[in-house]
Ligand binder design. Structure first.
Ligand code: ATR
Length: 296
C-alpha cells in the first residue's frame, strides 16, 4: 500500500462512536504508542448523530492524524469523508479515517482483522464450506474477508432475519466467482451445512456480555473436532460458542485476534510503524480482566 506523507504536527487520534465507554481501542493504541515512544494521544469521541458531521469536520481543523470509527457510525461516516478505499466501499463501512493533509480517507480494517484471525487455517478453508452467523455490519466485513482472502467453495449466511442474509449473499455472489453464497434462517438447513463446514464464524452480538450464556448455534447442533470456530465477540474472551467448540475438541479463535488485527492495520495507517502486537495483546487482556473483575 502506498502511504502518503503526513505532517509531524498531527498528534491526535481517537475513536468516534456513541455509548462506547467500554471500547478497548484507547488502551490498546496508547500502549502501542508508549512501547514505540511515539508522541500521539488517543481519545474517546462519543457524539450524538446530530454532532457527527461537525466532529468529522473538526478532524481537519484540529489537525487530527485520524480516527477509528465504531458503532453506530461505520456506515454513516461515508457521507462526510473525501475518499473511501475500494475495500471499505465493498463492505460499505469505514472503521478508520486517515487525515492526509486535510483530505479524509476512509478504510475498513475489520476485513484485515478477519484475515489475521484465520490466516493460519488458510489451506483448510480454501475450497471448503464456511457458515457465518449474522448479517449486520460485522458480517459484511467478515463475508468479504473470507471470500476475498480464503476462496472457500461455499459461504452460508445464517441469520434470524432472512432478508438481511439474502441481501449480503446476493450482493457478494457476483463479486466473488470462486465462492457460492447462500442464505438461510432455517435451522435444519443451517445444521446440514454446519455438518459439512470447515469453519464456523459468529458475527452476531449473541454471547456478548451480559448475555454470556447464549450462542448462535441452532438447537441440537453438534460441532466436530476437525472444525475451526471463530467468534468475533471478545468480551467474554471465551464465549459460550467457543466453550461448546472447545468441549467438542474443535480449534477455536477468539475475537481478541480480530480486535488486534483491525487495530494493527489502523495503527499502521496512522503511524506508518509496525504495531507492537504483544504489548497490545497484554494490554487488552489486562483491560478485559479489569472490567470483568478478573473473571473472564
Ligand atoms: P453489527 O454492525 O455489529 O454487525 P448489527 O448490524 O446490529 O450489528 O447486526 C447484528 C447481527 O446480530 C444481525 O445479524 C442480527 O440479526 P437480525 O438481522 O435478525 O437483526 C444479529 N442478532 C442480534 N441479536 C440477535 C439475537 N438475539 N438472536 C439472533 N440474532 C441476533
Amino acid at each position: 500500500m502506498k502511504l502518503a506523507k503526513f505532517s509531524e504536527h498531527q498528534r491526535h487520534i481517537g475513536i468516534i462512536g456513541h455509548n462506547i465507554s467500554h471500547t478497548m481501542s484507547p488502551a490498546m493504541h496508547t500502549a502501542a504508542f508508549k512501547k514505540l515512544n511515539l508522541d500521539y494521544d488517543y481519545g474517546v469521541m462519543d457524539v450524538s448523530p446530530e454532532m457527527l458531521p461537525n466532529l468529522i469536520a473538526s478532524l481537519r481543523t484540529l489537525n487530527f492524524r485520524g480516527a477509528n470509527v465504531t458503532l453506530p457510525y461505520k456506515e454513516k461516516v461515508l457521507d462526510f469523508i473525501d475518499e473511501v478505499s475500494e475495500e471499505a466501499k465493498m463492505i460499505n463501512a469505514v472503521n478508520t479515517i486517515v487525515n492526509n493533509n486535510g483530505r479524509l480517507v476512509g478504510y475498513n480494517t475489520d476485513a484485515h482483522g478477519v484475515y489475521i484471525s484465520l490466516a493460519y487455517y488458510a489451506e483448510e478453508i480454501k475450497n471448503n464450506h464456511v457458515v457465518i452467523f449474522g448479517a449486520g455490519g460485522a458480517a459484511r466485513a467478515t463475508v468479504y474477508a473470507v471470500a476475498k482472502f480464503f476462496s472457500p467453495k461455499r459461504i452460508m449466511i445464517v441469520n434470524r432475519t432472512l432478508e438481511n442474509a439474502a441481501a449480503i449473499a446476493e450482493e457478494f455472489g457476483p463479486k466473488f466467482r470462486l465462492t457460492k453464497f447462500f442464505a438461510t434462517n432455517d435451522h435444519d438447513v443451517a445444521i446440514r451445512e454446519i455438518n459439512v463446514a470447515a469453519l464456523l464464524i459468529n458475527t452476531t452480538s449473541v454471547g456478548m456480555k451480559p448475555l454470556i450464556n447464549f450462542h448462535p448455534l441452532p438447537p441440537n447442533t453438534v460441532i466436530q473436532k476437525n472444525q475451526i470456530v471463530l467468534d468475533i465477540v471478545y468480551n467474554p474472551i471465551e464465549t459460550a460458542l467457543l466453550k461448546v467448540a472447545h468441549h467438542a475438541g474443535a480449534r477455536t479463535v477468539s475475537g481478541i485476534e480480530m480486535l488486534l488485527g483491525q487495530g494493527a492495520k489502523a495503527f499502521e495507517l496512522f503511524t506508518h510503524q509496525e504495531f507492537p502486537i504483544h504489548t497490545a495483546r497484554e494490554m487488552v487482556l489486562r483491560e478485559l480482566m479489569q472490567v470483568n473483575g478478573n473473571n473472564k
